[in-house]
Design a protein. Structure first.
Length: 231
């Protein structure tokens, strides 16, 4: 599946040029939004893999304000696009913890490098809300992120196993991880992500949580060294 990128840019000509460059190099452009308000509506319906955010936008919200709202709810990398180079604006932008920022005018290769790195490095690890509401049928259920034990991917579905109960959501693993702003939930294989705070035992590449043994995938071999304090 091609990574989806949302472009938030008040200059439609620039937005369309960026979209052409991205699509020519294998990315999918989810939408081009000229205002932050429109971007928030798009993200609520379909969370992209990356957001390119102009700082100066139409409407009441600037790009920094929109970014802060997004990162409060989701883990998604955001790259600022700006022609403002004053230190006050750039310092304010840095405080919102974007994945990167590009100063206009930028070249296509600069854009592609920034996008590739942001997507490769994954979602932002900004810690936002400590709980969320998950839809199960027609009901919204409150889940405290600390209570999640692990996630198990089943194709386009994801099993959420908590200390209280388990349920299944119609959402693939990568989207689930983006929607949960909880950095202690780490992916250990294509099928599993675990809450490292609930890990009871590690034997080689086998993690145990409440008696459930979860194997660490070959391509995730560094996850134990990077996320656990081995004394």
């Amino acid at each position: 599946m091609k990574p989806e990128i949302l472009i938030v840019e008040d200059d439609l000509i620039i937005g369309q040029a960026v979209a052409r460059d991205l699509e020519a190099h294998g990315y999918t452009v989810a939408a081009i939004c000229e205002s932050g308000e429109d971007a928030l509506l798009v993200i609520e319906k379909n969370l992209p893999d990356l957001v390119l955010m102009d700082i100066k936008l139409q409407g009441k919200l600037d790009g920094i304000q929109v970014t802060e709202r997004i990162l409060k709810k989701y883990r998604v990398p955001i790259i600022y696009l700006t022609d403002m180079q004053d230190s006050i604006t750039l310092n304010k932008a840095r405080q919102s913890k974007p994945a990167n920022y590009l100063i206009k005018p930028f070249q296509t290769h600069q854009l592609l490098i920034a996008v590739d790195l942001a997507i490769f490095n994954g979602a932002s690890t900004v810690t936002g809300e400590r709980f969320g509401f998950f839809k199960e049928g027609t009901e919204l259920i409150k889940i405290v992120y600390d209570d999640i034990l692990y996630l198990k991917a089943e194709g386009s579905y994801c099993d959420v196993v908590t200390t209280q109960k388990s349920f299944t959501l119609t959402m693939p693993m990568n989207k689930m991880l983006q929607r949960i702003p909880y950095p202690d939930l780490i992916r250990v294989s294509r099928s599993y992500s675990v809450n490292k705070n609930h890990v009871e035992r590690i034997m080689g590449k086998l993690i145990t949580i409440r008696g459930v043994k979860i194997a660490v995938g070959e391509t995730y071999s560094d996850v134990i060294r990077e996320n656990f304090n081995v004394i």
